[in-house]
Design a protein around this ligand. Structure first.
Ligand code: CA
Ligand code: CA
Length: 448
Protein backbone atom coordinates (compact mmCIF):
# COMPACT_ATOMS: atom_id res chain seq x y z
CA UNK A 1 0.00 0.00 0.00
CA UNK A 2 2.67 2.43 1.06
CA UNK A 3 4.68 1.92 -2.12
CA UNK A 4 1.68 2.98 -4.30
CA UNK A 5 1.29 6.43 -2.77
CA UNK A 6 4.52 7.94 -4.09
CA UNK A 7 3.67 7.73 -7.82
CA UNK A 8 0.11 8.69 -6.91
CA UNK A 9 1.28 11.86 -5.16
CA UNK A 10 3.53 12.62 -8.07
CA UNK A 11 0.59 12.30 -10.46
CA UNK A 12 -1.45 14.69 -8.35
CA UNK A 13 1.42 17.18 -8.39
CA UNK A 14 1.64 16.93 -12.18
CA UNK A 15 -2.11 17.47 -12.52
CA UNK A 16 -2.01 20.50 -10.24
CA UNK A 17 0.92 21.91 -12.18
CA UNK A 18 -0.86 21.30 -15.50
CA UNK A 19 -4.00 23.04 -14.23
CA UNK A 20 -1.94 26.01 -13.09
CA UNK A 21 -0.40 26.32 -16.53
CA UNK A 22 -3.67 25.89 -18.43
CA UNK A 23 -5.74 28.19 -16.26
CA UNK A 24 -5.01 31.86 -16.87
CA UNK A 25 -4.84 32.77 -13.20
CA UNK A 26 -4.26 36.41 -14.01
CA UNK A 27 -7.34 36.80 -16.27
CA UNK A 28 -9.85 39.13 -14.68
CA UNK A 29 -13.54 39.70 -15.24
CA UNK A 30 -15.19 43.10 -15.22
CA UNK A 31 -18.91 43.76 -15.29
CA UNK A 32 -20.97 46.41 -17.05
CA UNK A 33 -24.67 46.89 -16.32
CA UNK A 34 -27.42 49.40 -17.20
CA UNK A 35 -27.65 50.37 -13.53
CA UNK A 36 -23.88 50.47 -13.06
CA UNK A 37 -21.56 53.38 -12.31
CA UNK A 38 -18.24 54.30 -13.84
CA UNK A 39 -16.94 55.17 -10.37
CA UNK A 40 -17.74 51.65 -9.16
CA UNK A 41 -15.25 48.80 -8.99
CA UNK A 42 -16.54 46.92 -12.01
CA UNK A 43 -17.32 43.77 -10.08
CA UNK A 44 -20.50 41.76 -10.49
CA UNK A 45 -21.92 43.39 -7.36
CA UNK A 46 -20.75 46.89 -8.30
CA UNK A 47 -20.62 47.01 -12.12
CA UNK A 48 -19.42 49.79 -14.40
CA UNK A 49 -21.96 51.70 -16.48
CA UNK A 50 -20.01 51.73 -19.74
CA UNK A 51 -17.83 49.52 -21.87
CA UNK A 52 -15.59 52.55 -22.31
CA UNK A 53 -14.82 52.57 -18.58
CA UNK A 54 -14.32 48.81 -18.55
CA UNK A 55 -11.71 49.12 -21.28
CA UNK A 56 -9.57 51.30 -18.99
CA UNK A 57 -9.31 48.43 -16.51
CA UNK A 58 -9.18 45.49 -18.89
CA UNK A 59 -5.80 44.02 -19.81
CA UNK A 60 -5.02 41.33 -22.39
CA UNK A 61 -6.67 38.09 -21.32
CA UNK A 62 -9.44 39.86 -19.40
CA UNK A 63 -13.15 39.61 -20.13
CA UNK A 64 -15.71 42.38 -19.82
CA UNK A 65 -19.11 40.85 -19.12
CA UNK A 66 -22.07 42.96 -20.22
CA UNK A 67 -25.32 42.43 -18.38
CA UNK A 68 -28.67 42.35 -20.18
CA UNK A 69 -31.04 45.30 -20.41
CA UNK A 70 -31.17 48.56 -22.30
CA UNK A 71 -28.29 51.04 -22.25
CA UNK A 72 -29.66 54.45 -23.25
CA UNK A 73 -26.61 56.11 -24.72
CA UNK A 74 -26.26 59.90 -24.66
CA UNK A 75 -24.06 62.34 -26.57
CA UNK A 76 -22.06 63.14 -23.42
CA UNK A 77 -20.67 59.61 -23.64
CA UNK A 78 -19.03 60.18 -27.03
CA UNK A 79 -15.56 58.83 -26.33
CA UNK A 80 -13.68 60.32 -29.23
CA UNK A 81 -13.72 61.55 -32.77
CA UNK A 82 -12.14 59.84 -35.77
CA UNK A 83 -12.33 61.99 -38.88
CA UNK A 84 -15.95 63.06 -39.30
CA UNK A 85 -17.21 60.37 -36.92
CA UNK A 86 -18.30 60.85 -33.32
CA UNK A 87 -17.46 57.48 -31.81
CA UNK A 88 -19.61 56.75 -28.80
CA UNK A 89 -17.56 53.75 -27.74
CA UNK A 90 -13.95 53.75 -28.94
CA UNK A 91 -11.99 50.58 -28.30
CA UNK A 92 -8.30 51.28 -28.73
CA UNK A 93 -6.66 48.91 -26.25
CA UNK A 94 -5.41 45.74 -27.94
CA UNK A 95 -5.15 42.23 -26.66
CA UNK A 96 -2.47 39.86 -27.89
CA UNK A 97 -2.46 36.75 -30.06
CA UNK A 98 -2.51 34.60 -26.92
CA UNK A 99 -4.72 36.86 -24.82
CA UNK A 100 -7.58 38.66 -26.43
CA UNK A 101 -9.63 41.23 -24.60
CA UNK A 102 -13.23 39.99 -24.64
CA UNK A 103 -16.39 42.08 -24.53
CA UNK A 104 -19.10 39.51 -24.10
CA UNK A 105 -22.76 39.53 -23.18
CA UNK A 106 -23.05 37.91 -19.77
CA UNK A 107 -24.36 34.30 -19.84
CA UNK A 108 -27.51 34.25 -22.00
CA UNK A 109 -28.46 37.85 -21.23
CA UNK A 110 -29.16 40.37 -24.00
CA UNK A 111 -27.58 43.81 -23.72
CA UNK A 112 -29.21 46.39 -26.01
CA UNK A 113 -27.44 49.68 -26.74
CA UNK A 114 -29.90 52.37 -27.82
CA UNK A 115 -28.40 55.37 -29.67
CA UNK A 116 -31.63 57.18 -30.53
CA UNK A 117 -30.69 60.09 -28.23
CA UNK A 118 -27.18 60.50 -29.66
CA UNK A 119 -27.63 63.26 -32.26
CA UNK A 120 -24.43 65.33 -32.50
CA UNK A 121 -25.12 68.15 -34.95
CA UNK A 122 -23.02 68.03 -38.09
CA UNK A 123 -21.26 64.78 -37.17
CA UNK A 124 -21.46 61.21 -38.29
CA UNK A 125 -22.17 58.70 -35.55
CA UNK A 126 -20.32 55.44 -34.90
CA UNK A 127 -21.74 53.27 -32.15
CA UNK A 128 -18.60 51.13 -31.73
CA UNK A 129 -15.29 52.11 -33.32
CA UNK A 130 -12.61 49.45 -32.93
CA UNK A 131 -9.05 50.60 -33.52
CA UNK A 132 -7.78 47.85 -31.23
CA UNK A 133 -6.58 44.44 -32.41
CA UNK A 134 -7.13 41.02 -30.86
CA UNK A 135 -10.48 41.89 -29.31
CA UNK A 136 -13.63 39.75 -29.37
CA UNK A 137 -17.09 41.30 -29.19
CA UNK A 138 -20.03 38.95 -28.62
CA UNK A 139 -23.76 39.20 -28.04
CA UNK A 140 -24.30 42.96 -28.24
CA UNK A 141 -27.38 44.52 -29.87
CA UNK A 142 -27.23 48.05 -31.33
CA UNK A 143 -30.41 49.98 -32.14
CA UNK A 144 -31.46 53.47 -33.16
CA UNK A 145 -28.18 54.89 -34.51
CA UNK A 146 -28.93 58.33 -35.96
CA UNK A 147 -27.99 60.45 -38.95
CA UNK A 148 -28.10 64.21 -38.40
CA UNK A 149 -26.46 65.43 -41.62
CA UNK A 150 -28.73 66.22 -44.56
CA UNK A 151 -26.05 66.08 -47.29
CA UNK A 152 -23.96 63.03 -48.27
CA UNK A 153 -23.00 61.14 -45.11
CA UNK A 154 -23.24 57.87 -43.23
CA UNK A 155 -23.32 56.51 -39.69
CA UNK A 156 -21.96 53.11 -38.66
CA UNK A 157 -22.86 50.46 -36.09
CA UNK A 158 -19.55 48.57 -35.75
CA UNK A 159 -16.57 50.15 -37.53
CA UNK A 160 -13.47 47.95 -37.58
CA UNK A 161 -10.02 49.39 -38.15
CA UNK A 162 -7.90 46.94 -36.13
CA UNK A 163 -6.76 43.42 -37.01
CA UNK A 164 -7.49 39.91 -35.79
CA UNK A 165 -10.80 40.94 -34.25
CA UNK A 166 -13.88 38.74 -33.89
CA UNK A 167 -17.41 40.13 -34.11
CA UNK A 168 -19.82 37.42 -33.05
CA UNK A 169 -23.58 37.26 -32.49
CA UNK A 170 -23.93 41.03 -32.77
CA UNK A 171 -26.85 42.83 -34.36
CA UNK A 172 -27.46 46.32 -35.68
CA UNK A 173 -31.08 47.10 -36.44
CA UNK A 174 -33.84 49.67 -36.57
CA UNK A 175 -31.46 52.56 -37.03
CA UNK A 176 -30.03 54.77 -39.77
CA UNK A 177 -26.52 53.30 -39.73
CA UNK A 178 -24.65 50.85 -41.88
CA UNK A 179 -24.47 47.74 -39.70
CA UNK A 180 -20.87 46.54 -39.98
CA UNK A 181 -17.99 48.26 -41.75
CA UNK A 182 -14.46 47.01 -42.29
CA UNK A 183 -12.57 50.03 -43.53
CA UNK A 184 -9.12 48.82 -42.48
CA UNK A 185 -7.39 46.01 -40.67
CA UNK A 186 -6.71 42.39 -41.54
CA UNK A 187 -8.05 39.00 -40.56
CA UNK A 188 -11.33 40.24 -39.16
CA UNK A 189 -14.03 37.61 -38.66
CA UNK A 190 -17.63 38.80 -38.61
CA UNK A 191 -19.58 35.69 -37.70
CA UNK A 192 -23.26 35.07 -37.04
CA UNK A 193 -24.18 38.74 -37.04
CA UNK A 194 -27.42 40.36 -38.23
CA UNK A 195 -28.09 43.79 -39.78
CA UNK A 196 -31.72 44.62 -40.48
CA UNK A 197 -34.27 47.39 -40.91
CA UNK A 198 -31.57 50.03 -41.21
CA UNK A 199 -32.62 53.08 -43.22
CA UNK A 200 -31.09 56.54 -43.28
CA UNK A 201 -34.23 58.59 -43.83
CA UNK A 202 -32.46 61.91 -43.14
CA UNK A 203 -29.62 62.52 -45.60
CA UNK A 204 -29.86 63.19 -49.33
CA UNK A 205 -33.62 63.45 -49.35
CA UNK A 206 -34.22 60.21 -47.45
CA UNK A 207 -33.31 57.89 -50.31
CA UNK A 208 -31.46 55.57 -47.99
CA UNK A 209 -28.78 55.08 -50.60
CA UNK A 210 -25.88 54.45 -48.22
CA UNK A 211 -27.33 52.14 -45.61
CA UNK A 212 -25.86 48.69 -46.24
CA UNK A 213 -25.98 45.78 -43.84
CA UNK A 214 -22.29 44.80 -44.14
CA UNK A 215 -19.43 46.57 -45.89
CA UNK A 216 -15.83 45.73 -46.66
CA UNK A 217 -13.94 48.68 -48.15
CA UNK A 218 -10.39 48.03 -47.03
CA UNK A 219 -7.21 49.39 -48.46
CA UNK A 220 -3.94 47.64 -49.34
CA UNK A 221 -2.95 45.18 -46.63
CA UNK A 222 -6.45 44.60 -45.26
CA UNK A 223 -6.29 40.93 -46.13
CA UNK A 224 -8.14 37.93 -44.76
CA UNK A 225 -11.43 39.56 -43.83
CA UNK A 226 -14.41 37.21 -43.66
CA UNK A 227 -18.18 37.51 -43.20
CA UNK A 228 -19.63 34.14 -42.20
CA UNK A 229 -23.16 33.11 -41.22
CA UNK A 230 -24.40 36.71 -41.34
CA UNK A 231 -27.83 37.98 -42.40
CA UNK A 232 -28.89 41.31 -43.89
CA UNK A 233 -32.51 42.25 -44.55
CA UNK A 234 -34.54 45.37 -45.15
CA UNK A 235 -31.44 47.55 -45.29
CA UNK A 236 -32.30 50.50 -47.48
CA UNK A 237 -29.27 50.13 -49.77
CA UNK A 238 -27.48 46.77 -50.14
CA UNK A 239 -27.20 43.69 -47.97
CA UNK A 240 -23.43 43.31 -48.48
CA UNK A 241 -21.26 45.84 -50.31
CA UNK A 242 -17.56 45.46 -51.22
CA UNK A 243 -17.19 48.50 -53.45
CA UNK A 244 -13.79 50.24 -53.56
CA UNK A 245 -11.68 47.66 -51.81
CA UNK A 246 -8.08 46.71 -52.45
CA UNK A 247 -7.84 43.18 -51.09
CA UNK A 248 -9.87 40.00 -51.33
CA UNK A 249 -12.63 39.49 -48.78
CA UNK A 250 -14.93 36.51 -48.38
CA UNK A 251 -18.64 36.01 -47.83
CA UNK A 252 -19.48 32.51 -46.61
CA UNK A 253 -22.92 31.09 -45.84
CA UNK A 254 -24.64 34.47 -45.56
CA UNK A 255 -28.25 35.43 -46.33
CA UNK A 256 -29.40 38.71 -47.87
CA UNK A 257 -33.07 39.47 -48.46
CA UNK A 258 -35.45 42.39 -49.00
CA UNK A 259 -32.63 44.93 -49.31
CA UNK A 260 -33.36 48.18 -51.12
CA UNK A 261 -36.85 48.26 -49.68
CA UNK A 262 -38.69 49.73 -46.73
CA UNK A 263 -40.48 47.21 -44.54
CA UNK A 264 -43.59 47.82 -46.67
CA UNK A 265 -41.56 47.18 -49.85
CA UNK A 266 -41.39 50.80 -50.94
CA UNK A 267 -38.35 51.33 -53.16
CA UNK A 268 -35.40 52.98 -51.41
CA UNK A 269 -31.67 52.61 -52.28
CA UNK A 270 -29.70 50.34 -54.59
CA UNK A 271 -31.17 47.01 -53.50
CA UNK A 272 -28.56 44.33 -54.15
CA UNK A 273 -28.22 41.27 -51.95
CA UNK A 274 -24.48 40.79 -52.49
CA UNK A 275 -22.69 43.66 -54.24
CA UNK A 276 -19.37 41.89 -54.27
CA UNK A 277 -17.18 44.29 -56.21
CA UNK A 278 -16.80 47.53 -58.10
CA UNK A 279 -14.06 50.12 -58.18
CA UNK A 280 -16.23 52.93 -59.43
CA UNK A 281 -14.86 56.40 -59.61
CA UNK A 282 -11.23 55.27 -59.57
CA UNK A 283 -8.93 56.23 -62.35
CA UNK A 284 -7.14 53.31 -63.98
CA UNK A 285 -3.86 54.16 -62.27
CA UNK A 286 -5.68 54.06 -58.91
CA UNK A 287 -7.02 50.55 -59.43
CA UNK A 288 -5.64 47.93 -57.05
CA UNK A 289 -3.11 45.58 -58.61
CA UNK A 290 -4.14 42.85 -58.78
CA UNK A 291 -7.87 43.59 -58.93
CA UNK A 292 -9.28 41.70 -55.91
CA UNK A 293 -11.21 38.52 -56.64
CA UNK A 294 -13.75 38.53 -53.82
CA UNK A 295 -15.32 35.20 -52.95
CA UNK A 296 -19.04 34.58 -52.37
CA UNK A 297 -19.84 31.01 -51.37
CA UNK A 298 -22.79 29.11 -49.91
CA UNK A 299 -24.93 32.22 -49.69
CA UNK A 300 -28.60 33.00 -50.29
CA UNK A 301 -30.22 36.08 -51.88
CA UNK A 302 -33.99 36.46 -51.83
CA UNK A 303 -36.21 39.19 -53.21
CA UNK A 304 -33.70 42.00 -53.16
CA UNK A 305 -34.94 44.95 -55.17
CA UNK A 306 -32.51 44.68 -58.06
CA UNK A 307 -29.85 41.94 -58.10
CA UNK A 308 -29.33 38.93 -55.88
CA UNK A 309 -25.62 38.53 -56.65
CA UNK A 310 -24.03 41.50 -58.40
CA UNK A 311 -20.52 42.20 -59.71
CA UNK A 312 -21.27 45.94 -59.74
CA UNK A 313 -19.04 47.03 -62.63
CA UNK A 314 -16.05 45.16 -61.23
CA UNK A 315 -13.06 45.61 -63.57
CA UNK A 316 -12.06 41.98 -62.98
CA UNK A 317 -13.48 38.58 -62.13
CA UNK A 318 -15.00 37.35 -58.87
CA UNK A 319 -15.62 33.88 -57.44
CA UNK A 320 -19.21 32.70 -56.98
CA UNK A 321 -19.76 29.16 -55.76
CA UNK A 322 -22.80 27.26 -54.48
CA UNK A 323 -25.07 30.23 -54.05
CA UNK A 324 -28.87 30.26 -54.26
CA UNK A 325 -30.71 33.26 -55.69
CA UNK A 326 -34.50 33.47 -55.59
CA UNK A 327 -37.02 36.07 -56.69
CA UNK A 328 -34.55 38.88 -57.31
CA UNK A 329 -35.11 41.03 -60.38
CA UNK A 330 -31.87 39.57 -61.70
CA UNK A 331 -30.59 36.59 -59.77
CA UNK A 332 -26.97 36.76 -60.99
CA UNK A 333 -25.71 39.96 -62.63
CA UNK A 334 -22.03 39.98 -63.61
CA UNK A 335 -21.88 43.48 -65.09
CA UNK A 336 -18.25 44.53 -65.53
CA UNK A 337 -16.05 47.34 -66.67
CA UNK A 338 -13.18 47.36 -69.06
CA UNK A 339 -10.06 47.47 -66.84
CA UNK A 340 -8.30 49.51 -69.55
CA UNK A 341 -10.40 52.54 -68.68
CA UNK A 342 -12.58 51.48 -65.68
CA UNK A 343 -15.37 53.24 -67.48
CA UNK A 344 -16.72 51.23 -70.41
CA UNK A 345 -19.44 48.83 -69.26
CA UNK A 346 -18.90 45.28 -70.50
CA UNK A 347 -20.28 41.82 -69.74
CA UNK A 348 -18.26 40.55 -66.78
CA UNK A 349 -15.04 38.67 -67.57
CA UNK A 350 -12.83 36.43 -65.54
CA UNK A 351 -15.54 35.23 -63.18
CA UNK A 352 -15.63 31.76 -61.68
CA UNK A 353 -19.26 30.64 -61.44
CA UNK A 354 -19.86 27.11 -60.22
CA UNK A 355 -22.78 25.22 -58.69
CA UNK A 356 -25.04 28.26 -58.45
CA UNK A 357 -28.80 27.87 -58.36
CA UNK A 358 -31.29 30.51 -59.41
CA UNK A 359 -35.05 30.31 -59.37
CA UNK A 360 -37.96 32.66 -60.03
CA UNK A 361 -35.90 35.72 -60.90
CA UNK A 362 -37.27 38.01 -63.58
CA UNK A 363 -33.87 37.31 -65.14
CA UNK A 364 -31.65 34.42 -64.06
CA UNK A 365 -28.25 35.54 -65.31
CA UNK A 366 -27.20 38.76 -67.00
CA UNK A 367 -24.19 40.58 -68.41
CA UNK A 368 -21.81 37.62 -68.25
CA UNK A 369 -19.06 37.03 -70.79
CA UNK A 370 -19.22 33.26 -70.38
CA UNK A 371 -16.51 32.63 -72.95
CA UNK A 372 -14.11 34.78 -70.93
CA UNK A 373 -15.13 33.26 -67.58
CA UNK A 374 -15.01 29.85 -65.95
CA UNK A 375 -18.65 28.81 -65.86
CA UNK A 376 -19.77 25.32 -65.00
CA UNK A 377 -22.65 23.45 -63.40
CA UNK A 378 -24.99 26.36 -62.76
CA UNK A 379 -28.77 26.01 -63.05
CA UNK A 380 -28.78 28.64 -65.75
CA UNK A 381 -26.45 26.64 -67.98
CA UNK A 382 -27.31 23.03 -67.18
CA UNK A 383 -30.21 21.15 -68.75
CA UNK A 384 -32.17 21.21 -65.50
CA UNK A 385 -35.68 22.48 -64.87
CA UNK A 386 -36.10 24.21 -61.53
CA UNK A 387 -39.63 24.63 -60.23
CA UNK A 388 -41.22 24.96 -56.78
CA UNK A 389 -41.28 21.15 -56.66
CA UNK A 390 -37.49 21.14 -56.36
CA UNK A 391 -37.64 22.62 -52.86
CA UNK A 392 -38.63 21.34 -49.44
CA UNK A 393 -39.98 24.77 -48.58
CA UNK A 394 -40.47 28.24 -50.01
CA UNK A 395 -41.68 30.05 -46.92
CA UNK A 396 -39.67 33.27 -46.82
CA UNK A 397 -40.51 33.70 -43.13
CA UNK A 398 -37.86 31.03 -42.46
CA UNK A 399 -35.15 33.57 -43.29
CA UNK A 400 -35.78 35.84 -40.31
CA UNK A 401 -36.22 33.12 -37.71
CA UNK A 402 -34.25 33.37 -34.46
CA UNK A 403 -30.76 31.97 -34.48
CA UNK A 404 -29.78 28.88 -32.56
CA UNK A 405 -28.53 29.45 -28.98
CA UNK A 406 -24.92 29.19 -30.18
CA UNK A 407 -25.60 31.89 -32.78
CA UNK A 408 -25.72 29.65 -35.83
CA UNK A 409 -28.28 30.30 -38.56
CA UNK A 410 -31.63 28.60 -37.92
CA UNK A 411 -32.37 25.20 -39.44
CA UNK A 412 -34.97 25.81 -42.13
CA UNK A 413 -36.58 24.01 -45.05
CA UNK A 414 -36.53 27.15 -47.20
CA UNK A 415 -34.73 26.62 -50.53
CA UNK A 416 -33.40 23.24 -49.41
CA UNK A 417 -33.64 20.71 -52.21
CA UNK A 418 -36.43 18.13 -52.13
CA UNK A 419 -35.66 14.46 -52.80
CA UNK A 420 -35.75 13.89 -56.54
CA UNK A 421 -34.76 17.44 -57.43
CA UNK A 422 -32.66 17.52 -60.57
CA UNK A 423 -30.36 20.03 -58.84
CA UNK A 424 -29.08 17.24 -56.58
CA UNK A 425 -25.62 15.91 -57.42
CA UNK A 426 -25.40 18.13 -60.51
CA UNK A 427 -22.51 20.28 -59.33
CA UNK A 428 -18.78 19.95 -59.72
CA UNK A 429 -16.25 19.38 -56.95
CA UNK A 430 -15.07 22.74 -55.67
CA UNK A 431 -13.33 21.46 -52.57
CA UNK A 432 -16.32 21.81 -50.28
CA UNK A 433 -17.75 18.79 -48.44
CA UNK A 434 -20.74 17.22 -50.16
CA UNK A 435 -23.13 14.28 -49.84
CA UNK A 436 -24.00 11.73 -52.48
CA UNK A 437 -22.25 11.39 -55.85
CA UNK A 438 -21.41 15.06 -56.32
CA UNK A 439 -22.10 18.51 -54.89
CA UNK A 440 -25.63 19.83 -55.35
CA UNK A 441 -26.45 23.17 -56.88
CA UNK A 442 -27.10 26.03 -54.49
CA UNK A 443 -26.26 26.84 -50.89
CA UNK A 444 -27.79 23.86 -49.14
CA UNK A 445 -26.39 20.39 -49.77
CA UNK A 446 -29.17 17.80 -49.51
CA UNK A 447 -28.74 14.94 -47.09
CA UNK A 448 -27.25 17.22 -44.41
CA1 CA B 1 -24.29 50.25 -50.96
CA1 CA C 1 -24.95 15.96 -53.44
Amino acid sequence: MHTDSAPCNQLIRIVILALAILRPMDAKEYFVAPNGSDTALGTQATPFATIQRAQQSAEPGDTVLIRGGTYRMVAAQIAGRVGPYACVTLLDKSGTAEKRINYWAYADEQPVFDYSQVQPAGQRVTAFRIDASWVHLRGIEVIGVQVTIKTHTQSIGFDNAGSHNVYERLSVHDGMAIGFWIGAGANTLVVNCDAYRNYDSVSEGGRGGNTDGFGYHGKKGSIGNIFRGCRAWFNSDDGFDFINSDEVARIENCWAFYNGYSTSFASLGDGNGFKAGGESGRRVEQLPNPIPRHVVVGSVAVRNKVNGFYANHHPGGLEWTNNTSYKNRTNFNLRGRDPQDNRTVIPGRGHVLKNNLGFAGDVEVAELDAAASEVSANAFTLPVTITAEDFLGLDEADLGKPRKPNGDLPDVAFLHLAPGSDAIDRGVDVGRPFKGQAPDLGAFESGN
